[in-house]
Design a protein around this ligand. Structure first.
Ligand code: SF4
Length: 477
């Protein structure tokens, strides 16, 4: 439904698909475990999952047999009508008739899910099942874990039948059009556009986007997608070809000019003021967090980001630098308990607490106050000392072409301190750190635990060492 070319390539040129990344794999795994948990809402059903995703015919036959046998709860029920195949997470025969349930790991119903449900409804009803209702089962993000997981608290069941009936008349024509596309000898001539990442990042982007340079007009910071495609559709891909009258704001023009002229922009007075306002010792602090659709610890909500690690470089006025760190054990104990105590001890009483992107660390510290009100005074004391090293880069007081329009530390560090790099680390970004820790907590981590703990410490340590070195560059200015 997102793009007919993607459908065609998926059917006829699967080899052009991008490889699944570890992060996508983790999302799929999470979806699977949420789906399994949701089945507990309707326990005791028969599972019709086929052995292979390329062998759904067997699931269609099995589903039919189970319905004829009188089975009342079917997981992964599969139906086919008019060449359209639909698999449904849970089909239940209530006293008043059949109801369909599709499980999503998300926290709300979206237009995309309603469209999904419409295709399922179209296929199921036309296969001869009189559906009384069709619903999306999604995560209730207001549910706070307290003891064993209660699936009735964790999930919300939202009927989408009304919207499905509105969308239904459009399905037969769309299905006929897509089937015609599939029968063509070549892939449709569909150009790239905002549909390539909306609602999902397309698996064939590596193929369709290969004419786009690594750094192009698509990397202009905060430029809306329609404006980017306006340039692309005029065959403008490089910064040097952007017409002068094209509507870009000052920061966007700075990015473009800096690249064309290979020029740095440095606002020395603003940087001088920022550096002059600092109070020593400076505590360079960075948190790592993990999140899980199904809360693991009491007192936490689905998808709440919980802290499990920090790195702290303490920079004294005389140039001495000390390092402290904390990485939670994965022994079943809530990582926040020890984290709070160690953090309060390590952060001392005076001096700025420097973070990169203040909103994140401040948010997590406020969450810790909610979790442990006994420590409100000490944690609030840390919050009151926070300063944000991102500001000089976000405000473009210091900008170099290597930053490529970004003020993320992952772009700022190689631009300012090229000798310090994440490239040699086994863990190079927060998402991987978070996934590894979550898997260790859940007991399904498949690597060397001792090694990955070292990798986590090395990664987080580099984040705060990077801050020390970036600040040193600002002081040089
Ligand atoms: S990358 Fe874009 S144009 Fe290509 S198949 Fe995917 S959605 Fe369609």
């Amino acid at each position: 439904m997102q793009c007919e070319k993607a459908l065609y390539l998926n059917k006829h040129h699967r080899e052009l698909k991008s490889e699944v990344t570890a992060a996508q794999e983790a999302i799929f795994d999470q979806g699977t475990s949420v789906g399994e948990l949701a089945c507990q809402l309707f326990p005791g059903g028969v599972d019709c999952t086929p052995e292979s995703y390329f062998d759904f015919q067997k699931a269609v036959i099995r589903t039919k047999e189970e319905i004829e046998k009188g089975t009342r709860i079917i997981y992964e029920a599969a139906f086919q009508f008019n060449g359209v195949l639909a698999a449904l997470d849970i089909l239940v025969k209530h006293d008043d008739g059949w109801r369909a349930y599709e499980v999503k790991s998300s926290t709300k119903v979206s237009e995309t899910y309603e469209l999904d449900a419409t295709i399922q409804y179209y296929t199921i009803v036309n296969s001869g099942i009189d559906l009384k209702d069709i619903s999306i089962i999604h995560i209730n993000n207001q549910c706070v874990k307290n003891g064993p997981i209660d699936v009735h608290q964790l999930f919300t069941i939202a009927s989408v039948k009304e919207r499905v009936l509105e969308l239904l008349p459009g399905i037969p024509n769309k299905a006929a059009f897509l089937k015609k596309v599939l029968q063509q000898p070549n892939a449709p001539l569909k150009d790239i556009g905002p549909h390539c990442s909306d609602p999902y990042q397309c698996d064939f982007a590596g193929h369709c986007w290969k004419h786009v340079p690594d750094y192009s007009i698509f990397n202009i910071a905060r430029l809306k997608a329609d404006k980017k495609f306006e340039l692309h559709d005029k065959n403008i891909m490089h910064f040097k070809d952007i017409p002068e009258e094209f509507p870009l704001n000052d920061k966007q023009w700075m990015q473009v000019q800096s690249e064309i002229r290979n020029e740095n922009f440095i606002d020395s007075p603003a940087i001088k003021k920022f550096v002059g306002d600092l109070n020593y010792p400076i505590y360079h602090l960075d948190f790592e967090t993990f999140t899980s659709a199904v809360p693991i610890f009491d007192g936490s909500r689905p998808y709440q980001q919980l802290v499990f690690q920090y790195s702290l470089h303490i920079e004294h006025e005389d140039g001495r630098v000390e390092h402290k760190e904390y990485l939670a054990e994965t022994n079943g104990e809530d990582p926040r308990v020890q984290f709070i105590e160690r953090l309060i001890e390590d952060c001392g009483q005076v001096g700025d607490v420097m973070v990169y992107n203040i909103g994140f660390e401040r948010g997590k510290l406020n969450d810790l106050i909610d979790f442990s009100p006994l420590h409100v005074r000490q944690i609030q004391g840390i919050i009151d000392r926070l300063k944000d090293l991102m500001i000089p880069f976000q405000q473009r007081w210091y900008y170099t072409p290597e930053m490529q329009g970004s003020y993320s530390i992952k772009k700022v560090l190689p631009a300012l301190v090229p000798e310090l790099s994440y490239k040699n680390l086994n863990i190079q970004e927060g998402g991987t750190a978070s996934t590894a820790f979550t898997q260790m907590l859940q007991g399904n981590f498949e690597g060397d635990i001792e090694q990955v703990r070292k990798d986590l410490l090395a990664y987080c340590e580099l984040d705060t060492l990077a801050m020390v070195r970036i600040l040193a560059k600002l002081k040089d200015v």
